[in-house]
Ligand binder design. Structure first.
Ligand code: ZN
Length: 88
């Protein structure tokens, strides 16, 4: 495992909040406050990110940088979005 904790500045990479506890993003190597880490669990690609990292580890790639974080998708009104928008 790469140890990125040495890069921890005391601030969440994503929201900039000063926090004591942090964890690494599943999408990239950002160090996040627990609130932002929780937010990304609601991202439609979260399981994809987790699976991609697991697959990389299985292949011995311990420096997998993640699938990339593009931010939370904009909330879509259920009435004008196809049901399978997050499918696949
Ligand atoms: Zn944060």
């Amino acid at each position: 495992m790469i140890d990125l904790t040495r890069n921890w500045t005391g601030r969440c990479y994503r929201c900039g909040k000063k926090v004591l506890n942090h964890t690494m993003s599943q999408f990239n190597t950002d160090l996040l406050c627990l609130g932002c880490a929780d937010d990304e669990k609601r991202h439609p690609d979260y399981s994809k990110a987790v699976n991609a990292e697991r697959d990389a580890l299985k292949q011995g790639n311990f420096n997998f940088p993640g699938i990339g974080w593009t931010g939370m998708p904009k909330p879509v009104a259920p009435s004008d979005s196809p049901a399978d928008i997050f499918g696949g």
